[in-house]
Write a protein that binds this ligand. Structure first.
Ligand SMILES: N[C@@H](CCC(=O)N[C@@H](CS)C(=O)NCC(=O)O)C(=O)O
Length: 202
């Protein structure tokens, strides 16, 4: 299986980290977003949305959307489980994933797109919106710090896809200068623990 990916982008990183946790080998095809490779005719034929990741199966068919790709891989390779086994546990993990995508990942991307120099010549930035989204991210970091009072990981007593979604989003705050900081000790402990997993380097 071939994964069209980009080393700096959070969405394909979600899939790479997931695959590393599962011990799944994917052939990586680097797509240079900065050089405009997602918008070439050749790549648009792979993914009409001009986005990475795309997973190309051995029969040539393709899957898009990082979470859909991970859920599909989970059905084929259920162990070790990262989306939960029992219905209640699955609901808890999926609930965290949805929350993190809307309240952490999306605002983090908005800060990057509206305030970072990388996008200045590529789109119309609205810095005030970026500033408001930065506040939303900081508020979610505070909420996550408080959530760790209930346990070491986000959705259950052990590592899950929710931790991958949160970790890759927090990592993507870095280019915009958003930091976990010292005022959130529980979030910092979790961030360092997840960052020490070999999959964090995938
Ligand atoms: N919902 C999609 C989002 C994919 C996405 O936004 N990909 C970004 C990188 S994180 C991208 O390819 N951007 C290309 C561009 O902006 O030109 C997923 O989870 O896979």
């Amino acid at each position: 299986m071939k994964l069209y990916t980009n080393r700096f982008a959070p969405s394909p990183r979600r899939v790479r980290m997931y695959a590393a946790e599962k011990g799944l080998a994917l052939e990586l095809v680097e797509v240079d977003i900065a050089a405009g490779e997602t918008r070439t005719a050749a790549y648009l034929a792979v993914n009409a949305l001009a986005e990475v990741p795309t997973l190309e199966l051995d029969d040539g068919t393709r899957l898009t959307e990082s979470l859909a790709i991970c859920r599909w891989l989970e059905e084929l390779h259920p162990e070790p489980d990262l989306f939960g086994r029992q219905p209640r546990e699955r609901a808890a993990i999926n609930s965290w994933i949805d929350r993190l995508m809307f309240r952490l990942y999306l605002p983090t991307t908005q800060v990057f797109r509206n305030t970072h120099a990388f996008w200045a010549t590529r789109l119309k930035q609205v810095p005030e919106w970026g500033g408001l989204q930065r506040q939303a991210v900081e508020a979610e970091y505070d909420a996550l710090d408080a959530a760790f009072a209930d346990g070491e990981y986000l959705a259950r007593g052990s590592f899950s896809m929710a931790d991958i979604v949160a970790f890759t989003a927090v990592e993507f705050g870095k280019p915009s200068g958003i930091r976990v900081g010292d005022s959130r000790p529980a979030l910092r402990r979790w961030y360092e623990a997840v960052g020490a997993r070999p999959s964090a380097r995938a």
